[in-house]
Design a protein around this ligand. Structure first.
Ligand code: BJW
Ligand code: ZN
Length: 251
């Protein structure tokens, strides 16, 4: 794979770099994506699972889905893609701010060591009561059915379903970061879910250089200034390697 020297120069000159990530970055950790060839939603309909009415109608089914995914997530490890992102700042000499804006709920960026991580769609490790909003972040007990709060309300995972607002502080901080970054990487996302995908256009309107990394073309490929087609876990480490080589040659 050829990595453009201009991109390396741009990376070195950047003050702020953003990685906007989706399910594809965790695919190589063994966590299925939603859409695309191997997507779980080829088999399961999102509207039956990822919305509040579905939860009220059939909380057992929705919890079964989340508990199944939680098990897969707990058995998985951050891959070379997550690790390369976490290493990017030091590879570039520690100067640029590196922020991760993720749509994933799997915690793998933090586990890989990334420090600034904005979670747009929540986190599977947290839960809350649908009635009084008390948080229950410990392991829940399903032995007597769907866990309930002290107030009697059902407990749900702290994730963002269709028709629900994104956590305001996470979205606002992401928007500010997108407005002020020099390079905006779009990694492993189909970029069809809004308002998360709108951040791509926010960054572009504010003159960020857009770099897409995906195994296939997506809705936003035409907007990208540079595209890498391949697995994130192989492309991101190659970018780090090029940065290191470039550093060594220029000293
Ligand atoms: C690799 C790879 C490898 C594979 N290396 N790449 C019409 C127009 C615009 C918007 C709307 C509309 N109709 C409705 C809406 C709004 C709706 C929306 O966007 N719908 C569209 C789908 C049409 N959005 C919402 O409802 C949002 N809220 C909202 O708008 O609030 C305002 C409001 C409030 C009240 C009333 C009305 C409006 C909320 C969206 C919440 C999304 N939630 C989910 C579930 C989260 C919890 C969970 O995980 O269970 O978030 S849905 C799901 O999609 C999940 C993901 O974060 C999100 C994005 O998916 P992602 O990450 O892009 O994954 P995939 O699978 O789609 O793509 C994977 C990619 O990786 C592919 O491209 C592969 O090629 C690639 N890949 N392996 C690199 N190894
Ligand atoms: Zn409650």
């Amino acid at each position: 794979m050829q990595i453009d020297k201009n991109l390396i120069e741009k990376l070195k000159a950047s003050k702020s770099i953003v990685f906007f990530t989706g399910a594809g970055i965790s695919a190589e950790s063994g966590i299925p994506t939603f859409r695309g060839k191997e997507g779980i939603w080829n088999k399961l309909k999102p509207e039956e699972l990822a919305n509040f009415d579905a939860f009220l109608k059939n909380p057992e089914l929705v919890w079964e889905w989340y508990n199944h995914r939680k098990k897969i997530i707990h058995q998985s490890q951050p891959n070379q893609g997550h690790i390369a992102i976490a290493e990017m700042q030091s590879a570039l000499g520690g100067f640029p701010e590196v922020a991760v804006i993720t749509q994933n709920i799997d915690n793998l960026h933090r586990r890989a060591g990334s420090k600034t991580v904005y979670e747009l769609h929540g986190n599977i490790e947290r839960n809350y009561c649908i009635k009084c909003r008390t948080f229950y972040n410990e392991e829940l007990d399903f032995s007597k059915g769907i866990p309930k709060c002290k107030c009697g309300g059902l407990i749900r995972p702290d994730v963002v379903w269709f028709g629900e607002y994104l956590p305001e502080n996470q979205f606002d901080a992401s928007e500010k970061t997108a407005q002020n970054c020099d390079i905006f990487f779009i990694v492993g996302t189909s970029a069809v879910v809004y308002p998360a995908a709108s951040l791509i256009f926010t960054a572009k309107q504010n003159k960020a250089y857009l770099v897409e990394i995906n195994i296939e073309e997506t809705e936003i490929s035409n907007y990208a200034d540079w595209s890498f087609y391949g697995e994130a876990g192989s492309i991101l480490p190659q970018i780090i390697n090029e940065i290191k080589k470039f550093h060594n040659n220029s000293h």
